[in-house]
Design a binder for this molecule. Structure first.
Ligand SMILES: *Cc1c(COP(=O)(O)O)cnc(C)c1O
Length: 243
């Protein structure tokens, strides 16, 4: 495809995603403004990201430090970046200054390290606590039980700002099957927030396959890569619309 048709494919993907976000938000008695779209730009070039900018998106997410270090300096400084990868202690010093929100904080020791590094760097990193809600052995994240035990210590950290929870639902062909996991994350959030007396208002849940269900269950952030960038995705949708 030439550049022009890539731009138009991306902008059509984005407007179709935005419509679906708005419709799903409405079904959960909210408005589109209550759900933030984070475009997952991992494995995409700075050039492709620039094309997405044309549709007014300014919030992107990366999952690997090295890739982010290479790409972010090539792009306008007005962009906002979230980190959605697995957090490693030895990379915190480089990660903290680059990103506005960390979606994958998954253990207390890491949170304590982050707090120390943040203090040295004079930063107040915002984080989401990743929960392995389905208890899958292949996934990172707090188990709900361990999170309950760790919460008080997490919230007492002087620098790290806990703003909510994040999860990845199990991969399924039928998005409907992810619903119970999103419900469980929201209920867990409600319980923890009530116990701690703070809102924990951010719920980062939903990817290309399942974001509409996640929004119906209360997601405030959805992380979309494939739905934005993939030509296939676009084509399938165009065909569905034509039917
Ligand atoms: C890659 C990734 C996404 C985006 O996945 P898509 O299915 O392409 O939308 C979302 N969240 C995390 C944590 C990811 O690693």
């Amino acid at each position: 495809m030439n550049i022009k048709s890539v731009v138009s494919m991306l902008s059509q993907n984005i407007s179709s995603v935005r419509e679906k976000i708005a419709a799903a938000a409405k079904r959960s008695a909210r408005s589109a403004a209550d759900v933030e779209l984070v475009v997952v730009s991992k494995k995409r070039s700075a050039e492709e990201i620039r094309e997405v900018l044309e549709s007014g998106v300014t919030l992107f997410a990366e999952s690997r430090l090295q890739e982010a270090l290479e790409k972010i300096p090539l792009l306008p400084s007005r962009l906002h970046w979230h980190f959605i990868g697995h957090l490693q202690k030895n990379k915190l010093r480089k990660l903290l200054p680059l990103f506005e929100l960390f979606h994958g904080l998954d253990n207390l020791e890491l949170a304590q390290s982050m707090n120390r590094v943040a203090e040295e760097l004079g930063l107040f990193p915002r984080v989401l606590l990743e929960v392995n809600i389905a208890g899958e052995s292949t996934k990172y994240g707090f188990s709900p039980r361990i999170l309950e035990c760790s919460l008080e210590k997490l919230l007492s950290l002087s620098r790290v700002q806990v703003e909510g929870l994040m999860t990845m639902a199990p991969l399924t062909k039928d998005p409907e099957q992810t619903r119970p996991f999103f419900q469980q994350l929201r209920l867990l959030r409600d319980q923890l927030a009530q116990r701690a007396g703070i809102p924990l208002s951010v719920l980062s849940m939903g990817m290309s396959q399942d974001y509409e269900v996640a929004i119906e269950e209360g997601a405030t952030l959805v992380r979309l890569g494939t739905a934005i960038f993939q030509e296939e995705h676009h084509r399938v949708e165009m065909e569905q619309e034509r039917r």
